[in-house]
Design a protein around this ligand. Sequence first.
Ligand code: ADP
Ligand code: 5GP
Length: 239
Amino acid sequence: MPDAAGRRGRLFVLSGPSGVGKSTVLTLLRQELDDVHYSVSATTRFPRPGERNGVHYYFVSTERFAEMVEAGEMLEHAFFAGNHYGTPRESVEECLAAGQDVLLEIEVQGARQVRRYPGLGEEAVLLFLAPPSFEELARRLTGRGTEDEATKQARLDAARDELAAEVEFDHTVVNHDVKTSAAALIDLITGPGTSRADGAARTQENDPVPGGTDENSTTNSRTLSDLVTVDPAATTDKK
Ligand code: ADP
Ligand code: 5GP
């Protein structure tokens, strides 16, 4: 059922390589945009310290994950760096039907599936969070300290392909600074005209070179003085 004005919610997908800062930026964004539904994914990976079931993820067994996929409960799902991840479909569809905007934070394979999802993908707005450079991405992933060396390498290997996929997204924000990136995403999500068409008209100025360079300018358009200060180095909470 659409909201009182008959409007369906809009679906936003935030993607980008592991370690770029998606969760950190989202933490800030959530404090500002509390009328958006933030989907909680299911995953087979083990919880990190501080992560809570049902809050950061639904932590499920591989068998349970397969059952959910088999039963058609996933909007999209992907195998990423050794673990399964997926978006439970029902709550997303219910929120959109009720007129609430929804945000998914997922990796690139999942974003592609959302784009192809009948009745949803055409209108979904795909947002890409890019690192200032590949070296900075590696630094952030190392600095987070949540992965062993092999897992970190798997994530960095995946990042090369993910960075090349940036051109498939509607908008790119280069995450130089957490607050500025959050502000840019808020602008994109709340902006009246945000749509795929806006992305198609993306200017060169907003285009990071795949793989990134420190000189890239961004879609970041303002600094948020009203957002809570977050020390990026201290923020490792997931979703
Ligand atoms: P993702 O969710 O994309 O995997 P995280 O949000 O966990 O990434 O961020 C990875 C690491 O990078 C964390 O230690 C975080 O504090 C740090 N970080 C995030 N954004 C920035 C930034 N703009 N500048 C410096 N460090 C950042
Ligand atoms: P992490 O293990 O660091 O929490 O997540 C690894 C990657 O999986 C991140 O890029 C994150 O965005 C992505 N991810 C989280 N939830 C989902 C999901 O439901 N579907 C997909 N496809 N990717 C997800």
